[in-house]
Design a protein around this ligand. Structure first.
Ligand SMILES: O=CCCCC(=O)O
Length: 516
């Protein structure tokens, strides 16, 4: 194990960047030992309001700076993230309990998101002329005006990458940001932010606050011009309701109970290896983690054997141990939730195929990656999101049965299908009710796609991050039109008699010529 590039001095210096006028702090533990890693300043509602006022001023200048300048700054930040990757990886691992590889997924996504938005913003958001759409002569120009200062609320589980997915497109669109970081994950976000500040983003333009949702989160949603939230469906619904009352927009990425379908033509060993990653990367604490595995009975035997073998051989490791395959659960609360779901399932008759044990011998919140069989609807784990360490395996007899079972959840965030047939993959993917479907992979993040929209259907959320949709969240389209005379719509009876036949003819001609 090598010495970390992150140190208590760095933690303290990053924590100083939180907007907090008082002296109250929050003790943040590291999952590898459960001991306090650092003290995070706690913001108040007044701090949130101050941060907004300052971000608003900075945003006006940033919006005026134009696409080319913003692109230059964001591309410089891209390079700084890569230069500082060891320090960022250390912080992610120490704050979240992830392995090096899983932490790297976050860095890679953050870098890709930064490049994509820096380069795509002008193309997607530049003002452009549009035709009138009516058979009259008119010119219209659409402008995409930044919405102002965006409130971003990020969770602890994928803090750095999820911050980048909301903050960077907001900045690229000309907005400012006040971000409420979860206590656990705040240092990673502050270190990411610092790369952007050092690249030329004005410090007030992206402010970070921390503290309880009831005060800090509330204050943020009271004043933001748009809100991005990632977290539970219950909280997302409240935020969406408030945004609706205030008539501001919101994007909400919420719960999931993501299904993976293993069809009968797979190579069992490859499918098992990919399933292990899909279910237990970040110890299953990803919004996109697979929690339900539907395996065709024809391949179930060899698939289960390969999966059990793979998970039994996997090494659980703590801190900056680079050789670990899986890390720790993030907190005592996470451990309690996982243990409660497991105990409830076992008490009601579920069978532990592999795993099932808390491992305090490695660290306080370590838990073995666990596969359950015999799961029934009366168990918590059947329909509720566990968000860690447990996946349930079910046998199915056909693709259709697998699709029906997968779609039976109230959630629809992510899904996956494993098959060697491109045609079957396509057919099944088309039938799955989820915001993203991955073929022969568990979740899109593991291949770093940032140009495509990401979000949920059903109870998994509203709105999309990433891709063009991710940028368009942050602008208000404004149409400026002028009618240039000749063929205005008739206003008087006499004009109607005179112009209507010609306009009707023109409407038909536009359709025949396929002119929108
Ligand atoms: O918790 C959410 C993680 C998102 C991972 C991805 O980008 O696919």
């Amino acid at each position: 194990m090598r010495a970390p590039t992150a140190s208590p001095d760095l933690y303290a210096s990053l924590a100083d960047d939180v907007v907090a006028s008082g002296s109250e702090t929050i003790s943040v533990p590291t999952p590898s030992t459960g001991e306090t890693m650092h003290e995070l300043p706690r913001s108040s509602a007044d701090d949130v309001h101050d941060a907004f006022a300052r971000a608003k001023l900075a945003q006006l200048a940033w919006a005026r700076a134009g696409f080319a300048e913003r692109r230059r700054v964001l591309l410089r930040a891209h390079d700084l993230i890569l230069e500082r990757r060891d320090m960022l990886l250390d912080l992610i691992q120490l704050e979240s309990g992830k392995t090096r590889g899983q932490a790297f997924e976050e860095i890679f996504e953050a870098v890709s998101v930064t490049r994509y938005n820096a380069l795509a913003a002008r193309k997607v958001l530049h003002g452009r002329p549009v035709r009138s759409g009516l058979p009259t002569v008119a010119t219209s120009r659409v402008q995409f005006r930044p919405k102002g200062v965006v409130g971003v609320i990020t969770p602890w589980n994928f803090a750095l990458s999820l911050a980048a997915m909301d903050v960077v497109p907001a900045l690229a669109a000309g907005c400012g940001v006040v971000q409420k970081a979860d206590d656990q994950g705040a240092l990673s976000i502050l270190a990411l932010r610092r790369a952007f500040i050092d690249a030329g983003v004005p410090a007030a333009l992206w402010a970070v606050v921390a503290g309880p949702a009831a005060e800090v989160g509330e204050a943020l949603t009271d004043v933001a011009d748009y809100v991005c939230f990632t977290g539970s469906t219950a909280t997302g619904r409240k935020i969406g309701e408030k945004a609706g009352r205030r008539l501001i927009g919101s994007s909400l990425e919420l719960g999931g109970k993501n299904a993976l379908l293993v069809l009968d033509d797979v190579d069992p060993a490859t499918a098992a290896a990919n399933t292990a990653h899909a279910a237990f990367s970040a110890m299953g604490q990803l919004c996109v983690s697979i929690e339900r595995i539907y395996v065709h009975q024809k391949v179930a035997g060899p698939f289960q054997l390969a999966l059990v073998e793979r998970l039994r051989a996997a090494k659980l490791g703590s801190g900056l141990d680079f050789s670990a395959d899986f890390g720790s659960l993030a907190s005592a609360a996470q451990l309690a939730r996982v243990q409660a779901h497991l105990d409830d399932a076992v008490a009601k008759g579920a069978v532990v195929l592999v795993g099932g044990k808390h491992r305090p011998d490695i660290g306080p919140w370590f838990f073995e990656p666990t596969i359950l069989t015999g799961v029934t609807p009366d168990m918590l784990v059947y329909a509720e999101e566990t968000f860690g360490a447990i996946a349930s395996l079910y046998l199915v007899g056909s693709d259709e049965e697998a699709v029906l079972a997968a779609n039976s959840s109230e959630y629809g965030l992510n899904a996956a299908v494993f098959t060697t047939s491109a045609a079957r993959a396509r057919r099944v993917a088309d039938a799955l009710e989820a915001g993203s479907v991955n073929i022969n992979e568990g979740y899109r993040g593991s291949f770093g796609s940032v140009a495509a929209p990401m979000g949920g259907v059903k109870q998994s959320g509203l709105g999309r991050r990433n891709g063009e949709a991710g940028l368009l969240r942050f602008v208000e389209p404004v149409t400026i039109s002028s009618v240039t005379g000749l063929l205005q719509l008739p206003r008087t009876a006499a004009e109607y008699e005179q112009k209507a036949p010609l306009l009707v003819l023109l409407a038909q001609a536009l359709k025949v010529l396929r002119l929108r």
